[in-house]
Design a binder for this molecule. Structure first.
Ligand SMILES: *[C@@H]1O[C@H](CO)[C@@H](O)[C@H](O)[C@H]1NC(C)=O
Ligand SMILES: *[C@@H]1O[C@H](CO)[C@@H](O)[C@H](O)[C@H]1NC(C)=O
Ligand SMILES: *[C@@H]1O[C@H](CO)[C@@H](O)[C@H](O)[C@H]1NC(C)=O
Length: 566
């Protein structure tokens, strides 16, 4: 561990001298928890991972855009895409999407027909990805991808268009199983997908004044694109854009509450891109599980109002936002509590780990999102411990990657607890030789501290999930059998459900984690234990769909198994 610490300090000294005075590097937690490890999985997957979604069969669908020119991976013979509307290449025999298989570290090209640039998506209850919008001929398109066993499934263009163009919009799966699509460039509406669902028909679209009000036009920079969306325990939607946020009843098209403005001058949404997570919802300690938990949102990074125009027009790169804010959104008197990251960061990705900690990674120290608009990549992820009472101990700088992950990079949590990281292309087209930030086609994995071999003895391994009809039903009991070398009753076992995110532009849409109410742990055989738990109270807590279920023992998570919550 001393080696890790030294190499980290060396790195900081080499490339970001300013960091040292702020970073909480040289403390005991670094050596006891460890800074993790980076492994390059693929030097080139042929495309740049602008959008990523983990599917229920442990494959990851990855795509960038069709109007990028030739990628570095061919479509299967005879499958070229001929599109007179393509802005870069009318006959394109290269792929702009791939399916990556986590277990075998292999991939195959997929054929996406219309432009998915800066689009959004959500996985519905049967595990199908519904993907919305994009650019050019993809502005109002709906596409789907359903996992399959044979290596045959591919993108399907759906016949019904969206009502509005959705470029830079955000999506969320709703408790009733529909998807809400919110905002987009110069679009101040939201709409539902599908429009008719379970006998209920929604309007074509709904105006939301908040989206217009949060758009900055002077200096030209929207700062409200890819709004942050989180479904709260009561089913209403938290929407954050620019530096404002509301509690929104989408069924009645009514703003229920406006939260205090986030303090500071910093803006948090594209192009001043920060990130946002709904911190883990804790269903433990709520008696028989029929009370709703509190919810808290955390937003980190972003840029100051002048950052985008200065970078875009004058190639001057301001320092990015250093602050994070936490807001207890279910508290009637909620107030932002501000904290400082060890490093300023624009375009951070924020992912919840199975331990309930948050990892902040990717992005840059100067500039903003947009083409050629950032410099000074931040190569070290930061671990954030939401429950740590001592503020200075909450952040920990982790071991750095070697690859800058600038604009159009992404990251997702894998079922095995690693973080899959890819992409980066701050250019208008593919530019494989640009300096210093070429279009990056590589895929890397970050291994958090809990995957270290020193934790093998306490790492649980799931053997079986017993549940009625193999699904974790709302409020129903279910049990999980797992094996373990050394059981430690204190602090014992917890179960986490994590919804896999659709990540793009530094926002992990639909990401949520629930810590379930666990009742009893029994030893059923040597090294084998069974834990009983309650499914979440309602779809407002956990919208229906496939979740990764982790057993966590003394802070060390198992590999997840997929469970369907319905
Ligand atoms: C849970 O507890 C509450 C209050 O203690 C009670 O009213 C309710 O009936 C209980 N529900 C179940 C499903 O046990
Ligand atoms: C990054 O921002 C800092 C603080 O404003 C500035 O001193 C530095 O020159 C910037 N770096 C670059 C490469 O522009
Ligand atoms: C393109 O792919 C080839 C092999 O498939 C690889 O050798 C090359 O490095 C890739 N180019 C880039 C820029 O990654």
């Amino acid at each position: 561990m001393a080696f890790n610490k030294r190499s980290l300090l060396f790195f900081l000294f080499l490339c970001c001298g300013v960091l040292i005075s702020h970073a909480v590097v040289d403390d005991d937690t670094t050596s006891s928890r460890g800074g993790g490890q980076w492994v390059v999985l693929q030097r080139s997957v042929g495309i740049s991972a602008m959008h990523m979604q983990v599917l229920r069969d442990n494959k990851v669908i990855i795509f960038d855009r069709t109007d990028f020119g030739p990628s570095n991976i061919s479509l299967p013979k005879g499958r070229c895409r001929s599109n007179p509307k393509d802005l870069a290449l009318k006959l394109d025999c290269t792929a702009h999407s791939i399916l990556y298989d986590v277990a075998s570290n292999t991939l195959r090209p997929l054929n996406v027909q219309t432009d998915t640039w800066c689009s959004s998506g959500a996985v519905i209850s049967d595990g199908t990805l519904i993907q919305t919008g994009g650019f050019n001929d993809g502005f109002d398109k709906l596409r789907s991808f359903t996992p399959c066993n044979e290596a045959k499934c591919d993108w399907v263009e759906l016949p019904e268009p969206l009502t509005n163009t959705r470029w830079y919009s955000s999506n969320h799966i709703l408790p009733d199983g529909r998807i809400i699509v919110v905002g987009g460039r110069s679009v101040f509406t939201y709409e539902f997908v599908p429009k008719t669902f379970n006998g209920k028909t929604s309007r074509a679209n709904y105006y939301l004044k908040f989206l217009r009000e949060t758009m900055d036009s002077v200096p030209f920079a929207e700062n409200n694109l890819y709004p942050f969306l989180h479904v709260l325990p009561d089913g209403n939607l938290f929407i954050f854009a620019n530096k404002r946020s509301i509690l929104f009843d989408y069924d009645r098209n009514r703003v229920l509450r406006e939260y205090p403005v986030m303090p500071g001058d910093e803006k948090r949404n594209y192009p001043s891109t920060g990130s946002s997570v709904l911190l883990p919802l804790k269903l433990t300690g709520l008696g028989n599980g029929t009370r709703l938990p509190d919810a808290e949102v955390m937003i980190c990074g972003g840029a100051f109002p002048e950052a985008f125009p200065l970078a875009d027009q004058h190639r001057v790169y301001m320092e990015a936002a250093r602050t994070c804010g936490r807001l207890k959104v279910t508290d009637p008197h909620s107030k932002w509590v501000m904290e400082e990251m060890p490093t300023p960061r624009v375009m951070p990705d924020m992912l919840i780990l199975p331990t309930g900690e948050v990892i902040i990674l990717n992005g840059a120290r100067n500039g903003s999102a947009g083409w050629e608009d950032a410099v000074n990549p931040v190569l070290s992820p930061v671990l954030y411990r939401p429950d740590e009472p001592e503020p200075l101990e909450r952040f920990q700088v982790l071991n750095p990657s070697k690859s800058p992950r600038m604009y159009h990079s992404s990251a997702v949590l894998l079922p095995d607890g690693r973080i899959l990281v890819g992409g980066s292309n701050p250019h208008k087209l593919y530019e494989f030789t640009a300096y210093p930030y070429p279009t990056d086609l590589s895929l890397e994995a970050y291994y958090p501290y809990y995957l270290g071999p020193e934790h093998n003895a306490v790492r649980p391994s799931i053997i079986e999930v017993e549940a009625v009809k193999n699904t974790v039903s709302y409020l129903e009991k279910f049990s999980v059998t797992f094996s373990l070398q050394e059981y430690r009753p204190v602090p014992g076992i917890s179960l986490s459900l994590i919804a896999p995110s659709f990540t793009t532009h530094s926002f992990a849409m639909n990401q949520r984690m629930l810590v379930l109410h666990v009742s009893t742990v029994h030893k059923v055989a040597p090294f084998t234990y069974k834990v009983k738990a309650h499914g979440p109270l309602s779809p407002t807590l956990a919208p229906p769909g496939y979740y990764m279920l982790y057993v966590v023992h003394t802070g060390i998570p198992s590999v997840a198994v997929w469970v369907q919550v319905k």
